[in-house]
Unconditional design. Structure first.
Length: 91
């Protein structure tokens, strides 16, 4: 996908916000730590980077659950496979 800068930045902000929210509410991180984790997971990628925005193929909920619970979170914590209503309310 080719991103225009405004759309890319909107998506980046949204995914960072969602990731930080999950890290606070499910991962127990303090707000500052959660923001830092989100920045680390979702760094800005310049327009010329191949596959820019590829991380957006799965939403922040998924990436945060992987970070918190590991690769088998879907099998071991089936209640976490789908984002919570509170998370969805962020959208």
């Amino acid at each position: 996908m080719t991103w225009n800068e405004a759309d890319y930045l909107d998506c980046l902000r949204s995914e960072r916000r969602g990731y930080a929210w999950v890290m606070r509410h499910h991962g127990g991180l303090a707000p500052k730590e959660a923001r830092e984790a989100a920045l680390g997971r979702y760094p800005y990628e310049p327009a010329e980077v191949p596959n820019r925005g590829l991380i957006f193929h799965d939403e922040a909920w998924h990436w945060a659950m992987l970070a918190i619970h590991g690769d088998r979170y879907g099998a071991e914590r089936s209640e976490l496979v789908h984002p919570s209503p509170d998370y969805r309310a962020l959208e």
